[in-house]
Design a protein around this ligand. Structure first.
Ligand code: ADP
Ligand code: ASP
Ligand code: MG
Length: 814
């Protein structure tokens, strides 16, 4: 004999009921079957809702009732499409009684727990009747037995306690006499010893099935639901969750007690001692292997088995100096809660005994507070303890596994990964058995916490990076192309799942919580919402995804002003934009401190030398104990391009125009030609070398004339270049006469920095610098005579994009 239970979704539509019937037909070939069914999916909630409408004198209860009626009528007509449908007639009679009950609630304005149980019992009574009658109409040998005649409870309505002696006897007596191959039983519903209708608590059909399985000592209990087993965590919250093949009874109990809804927590109890395995299966995919819960745990593969969560938690804190060392406080506290019938979910107490913290269902918080403050009224008035502190809006997350105790560092890993993602932990509980480590966190962080922990413990080290890119011009576009090309490589070789979650240009922005499809991102962005710098930040914060990285590929100050907000929200910042790092020292320093305080990277490699690893190298030298003495560098790809092309057979103006046309200068070429851009770069290198410096401190020996510098517009500037051609020709001739090349050089030495045009003699490493190349020479304590040299293309969309890309990957490793 086997007991199979089918949940709400499994019997939620005629299509699914047909699947259930197929499964039962199949099983009943070899064995007799007891099939426990839930109400049609969602009906119990709807019944409670309609009753509350009637109670609050809201006449829309009639519409809600009609909706419930229609759901059942539709299912019957689809399952039994006869003209003269007696089943439909019988169900309508039952629904009529339900309607009278609701009318009564409406009229007398009262809904007791007893009436509520009577009302919700209709859900299972109707579903079991419909399924049994459908099977009978198809010629199958089936009987329906009302479990209210079998399961006996006390009178604790809405969650009654089972009298196992009477219940077991009833079940055994009934099935001894029955020789039906299939018996259908409604789950969840029962009767008290006084004959009142009771229920076993929400989700209680699982329990009914376990009670029957244990009473009859069957060899297997199967719970059929809408997912393929007990998952590593709630699959609705974590896409990567996978079914757990095997669980011990204890693990299943811990996971279900801490919120894994797929199994009603008391279900394990009746079958545990008899060692009856529970098999969780998926009605929608019957061939999936599902989860087996027995007295075996396959803990060898990994210590943690699953993560669950309970929402709507309130944390009660009782504290005060008067509690220290005085026995009896906890006893009184727990007794008070017991009298109020408040279920305690989690307890923590620091060894100082100065405070005790208790996690309960938030619905009980008000009554708990009133009762506890009353119990300790005297001590509160004497200031020995404080009035009870109640915090709401919380959740519990729990990491579960029988073998966690034999693995070191699990809680360390758990809390450090939560901390790294800025998830604040309000309380922690870990039993000495170490089967469960629980933490209380803010409700808003639950999804992020589950995903973070899941990644940490169950995803074979695959790490997800969630990137928000703002600025999709030349460089941004290249970056997206590179990410698209590399996604698969990163997943396979570096175990990084890199997803672009948000994209913005100056007009539009778009988000995709599960990653934007980079195949048609341009279209998606065009169809996006109106761009907003603050809106982009708010959305990134709201999505609250782990390992989030904000990438700034703009040159906008308004955007760089928001870096602190990103960092404070534990979102890493990768900036191609130089403004923040070359702004006031105080601001630069604040960003560096925020990055340290919030343990979140702030990276800006492309601020100097585009994709060349200049800042990273500098940081590594310093981190390993070296000290930078001097930096000499050619840092402007645009100026290098200009002076490499300018000679006595062309015009300075034309070369600058050409450089701009080819995209080597800023839109306003004065930023490059005035040397400001180079000054910003050497400033950043000086700061990264540990020197407190501002842009004003940098000596800028400009090669431009007064007229060039005083031009008011780009056009005006170009005109002054034509007017001052002689000046530029002189610069060239002077250098040529000494067999020198003109290079725009940045120097940092002894805490001071300067930039300016220099005549570089043959043989100097700068002399042969081609095209738009950059070169940086670090003289340090370890490289005092022969500098460390970094050289290569220092401008261009492709190399800059690859530098940003490298920062994104670096952010993952930090
Ligand atoms: P039924 O109606 O079949 O009793 P339930 O809704 O009670 O089904 O339970 C199944 C649901 O439990 C799943 O759809 C899923 O959303 C939720 N759930 C929460 N945690 C887990 C978990 N760890 N594994 C599987 N399902 C879970
Ligand atoms: N129908 C009941 C509920 O929704 C019992 C169950 O489905 O297990 O809680
Ligand atoms: Mg359920």
């Amino acid at each position: 004999m086997k007991v199979l239970k089918f949940g709400g979704t499994s019997v939620g539509s005629s299509k699914n009921i047909n699947k259930v019937i197929d499964i039962l037909k199949n099983y009943s070939k070899d064995d007799s079957i007891i099939c426990v069914v839930s109400a049609v999916g969602g009906i119990t909630d709807k019944l409670i809702h309609v009753a509350n409408l009637a109670l609050s004198k809201d006449l829309s209860y009639i519409d809600s009732f009609n909706e419930i009626k229609k759901i059942h009528q539709d299912i019957i007509t689809e399952l039994i499409p006869n003209k003269n449908n007696t089943v439909l007639k019988a169900v309508e009679d039952k629904l009529h009684k339900l309607k009278s009950l609701l009318d009564g609630i409406y009229l007398i304005n009262e809904l007791s727990p007893k009436t509520s149980d009577k009302l919700v019992s209709y859900g299972e009574l109707l579903s079991s009747f419909i399924i049994a009658e459908t099977m009978r109409s198809r010629g199958l040998g089936v009987v329906r037995k009302n479990s209210q005649d079998l399961v006996v409870t006390n009178s604790s309505f809405t969650k009654a306690e089972v009298d196992f002696t009477l219940t077991n006897k009833n079940i055994r007596d009934y099935f001894k006499k029955s020789n039906q191959s299939i018996t259908i039983l409604p789950g969840f519903i029962s009767k008290s010893k006084l004959g009142e209708i009771t229920t076993l608590g929400r989700g209680g059909s699982d329990f009914t099935a376990a009670i029957v399985a244990a009473a009859l000592k069957v060899n297997q209990l199967e719970i059929w639901t809408d997912v393929s087993g007990m998952f590593t965590t709630n699959p609705k919250m974590v896409k990567q969750a996978i079914p757990i093949k095997q669980l011990s009874y204890q693990e299943a109990m811990e996971l279900s007690h801490f919120g894994a809804k797929v199994l009603y927590p008391p279900t394990v109890q009746p079958v545990l001692d008899l060692k009856i395995p529970i098999h969780i299966k998926n009605t929608l995919n019957p061939n999936d292997s599902g989860t087996i819960i027995s007295n075996k745990s396959n803990g060898a593969s990994g210590a943690a088995k699953g993560i669950s969560n309970i929402s709507n938690i309130a944390l009660l804190t009782l504290q005060g100096n008067g509690m220290v060392g005085i026995p009896g406080f906890s006893k009184r506290l727990f007794e008070t809660l017991a009298q109020e019938k408040v279920n305690i979910i989690l307890i923590t107490q620091a060894s100082s005994e100065h405070s005790i913290c208790i996690g309960i269902d938030a619905n009980d918080a008000e009554s708990a507070k009133t009762a506890i403050d009353l119990e300790f009224e005297n001590e509160i008035s004497l200031h020995k303890i404080d009035p009870l502190i109640v915090e709401t809006g919380l959740s519990i997350i729990a990491l579960v596994g029988d073998n966690m105790k034999s693995h070191q560092g699990i809680s360390g890993k758990m809390f450090s990964s939560l901390g790294k993602n800025n998830i604040n932990i309000r309380a922690i509980a870990q039993g000495a058995s170490e089967k469960n480590i629980s933490a209380v966190i803010a409700e808003k962080d639950v999804k992020k916490a589950l995903n973070t922990l899941h990644e940490q413990f169950f995803e074979g080290n695959i790490k997800q990076l969630n990137v928000f890119i703002t600025g999709v011009g030349n460089v941004g576009e290249k970056l997206i192309e590179q990410i698209k090309k590399q996604q698969e490589y990163l997943r396979e070789n570096l175990k990084i799942n890199l997803r672009v979650i948000g994209l913005s240009n100056s007009r539009k922005m778009v988000f995709g919580e599960h990653g934007i499809d980079l195949g048609n991102w341009i279209d998606q962005l065009e169809k996006g919402s109106k761009a907003s710098i603050n809106g982009f930040l708010d959305e990134a914060k709201k999505l609250n995804l782990r390992n989030s990285i904000f990438v700034d590929v703009t040159a906008s100050q308004n955007i760089s002003d928001l870096y602190p907000e990103y960092l404070k929200s534990s979102i890493a910042v990768v900036a191609c934009n130089k403004i923040a790092c070359s702004s006031e020292y105080e601001n630069y320093n604040k960003l560096k401190s925020l990055s340290l305080d919030y343990n979140v990277p702030f990276l800006f490699e492309t601020n100097v030398g585009a994709g060349l690893p200049v800042i990273d190298t500098l940081n590594n030298l310093i981190a390993s104990g070296d000290k930078i003495l001097t930096i000499e560098a050619v840092l402007s790809g645009s100026l290098n391009y200009i002076f490499n092309h300018f000679n006595d057979s062309n015009k300075f103006h034309d070369i600058v125009k050409q450089a701009q046309k080819e995209g080597y200068t800023e839109p306003d070429p004065r930023i490059d030609l005035s040397g400001v851009d180079v000054a910003r770069k050497i400033l950043i290198l000086a700061r990264e070398s540990g020197t407190e410096l501002n842009l004003d401190d940098i000596n800028n020996d400009s090669f431009l004339t007064k007229a060039n510098l005083e031009s008011d517009s780009v056009d005006d500037f170009y005109q002054t270049l034509i007017d001052e051609e002689v000046h530029f020709q002189n610069l060239f001739t002077s250098a040529k006469s000494k067999n020198c090349q003109l290079k725009y050089v940045a120097e940092f030495n002894n805490g001071k920095a300067k930039v300016g045009l220099k005549e570089i003699p043959e043989g100097h490493p700068f002399y042969d610098l081609k095209g738009k190349d950059n070169i940086v020479m670090f003289y340090s304590k370890r490289y005092p005579d022969q500098p460390m040299i970094i050289k290569g293309a220092g401008a261009g969309a492709d190399v800059t994009a690859s530098g940003i890309f490298a920062d994104i990957i670096r952010a993952e490793n930090e």
